[in-house]
Design a protein around this ligand. Structure first.
Ligand code: GUN
Length: 285
């Protein structure tokens, strides 16, 4: 029987460490780190994510500003708002929740965020720095996945890692992070032929697709480490990932549940990134 990776406990530990660092900064007379979160429109899932991000920042002792804009906001108005946050010396991190309404070009908005305040690690300069192996702000979910692997003592070097999903937010960056740690990485996607023949090779399998039941027990290797980034509703209305958890737990050595696996790590890493941006900001770096 595989071990369930407790993402909630891992995230709590990171959040407690960030909180204690913030307490020390404030005790030493420092300014509170501040995260600005921008939401446009009323996508219900995005609203929940954003509410959780703001609450987590406050719980860690940070300031958190919520900029809540109607779906009708123009691209130029959103650009002005982001420029204002970039220029505000009291703001350390700027996050614009995606997706944005279709009349707004996401790329233009991401490009507008100051790279030094880009707590999501989505700005092209941060993406390029990651690809070049330079110091950068890591995107939160990929950073959370690597954190979980370290915490569980999983050896990455020399292992076969398979990532399913080629998004800019998860698939591509997590593949790069695994490659940097000397895994042999295969990146699969919707056009991959005979997915099972690839996933059965995986010592480490990361799924970030959004397709309930995509990975069944016959598609994994005995002893595989499974990290499920999927967030889906099953036919009976329950939250579930991309992996058939009940079917795979007997065969995997380690597996993340949904909810309570990778998800909580995203917010923990966001707080860590905000603290990192703050430190660079106050040190004038
Ligand atoms: N939408 C889904 N995931 C994310 C994320 O990590 N950051 C932002 N800004 N939007 C998202």
């Amino acid at each position: 029987m595989g071990k369930i990776i407790d993402g909630k406990a891992a995230a709590s530990a990171v959040r407690a460490r960030v909180k204690s660092e913030v307490e020390n900064i404030i005790a030493a007379g420092g300014r509170k780190p501040c995260l600005a979160v921008v939401i446009v429109g009323d996508d219900p899932a995005s609203r929940i994510y954003v509410r959780n991000k703001v609450a987590a920042a406050r719980e860690a002792g940070m300031e958190s500003r919520l900029e809540d804009l109607p779906a009708s906001v123009s691209q130029d108005e959103l650009i002005s708002l982001v420029n204002g946050l970039n220029a505000d010396p009291e703001v350390d991190g700027v996050l614009v929740q995606l997706p944005l309404p279709s009349h707004i070009d996401e790329s233009i908005i991401i490009d507008t965020i100051a790279p030094s305040k880009d707590v999501d690690g989505f700005h092209p300069l941060n993406v390029a720095a990651l690809q070049l192996g330079r110091e950068c702000i890591l995107p939160c979910t990929p950073a959370g996945i690597i954190h979980l692997l370290y915490r569980e003592g999983v050896q990455i070097e020399g292992k076969r890692a398979v990532v399913i999903g080629r998004s800019n937010i998860v698939g591509k960056p997590v593949a790069k992070l695994l490659l940097d740690r000397h895994a042999t990485v295969t990146l699969c996607h919707s056009r991959t032929r005979d997915l099972g023949s690839v996933t059965r090779e995986a010592d480490i399998l990361v799924t970030a697709v959004g397709h309930a039941g995509l990975i069944s027990a016959d598609m994994i290797k005995e002893g595989a480490v499974i990290l499920d980034v999927g967030m889906n509703r099953s036919a009976d209305g329950h939250l579930c990932g991309d992996v058939d958890f009940e079917g795979c737990i007997g065969k995997a050595s380690l597996i993340t549940p949904v909810p309570g696996g990778v998800g909580p790590m995203t917010i923990a890493m966001l707080l860590q990134n905000t603290l990192k941006c703050y430190k660079r900001h106050v040190e004038g770096a």
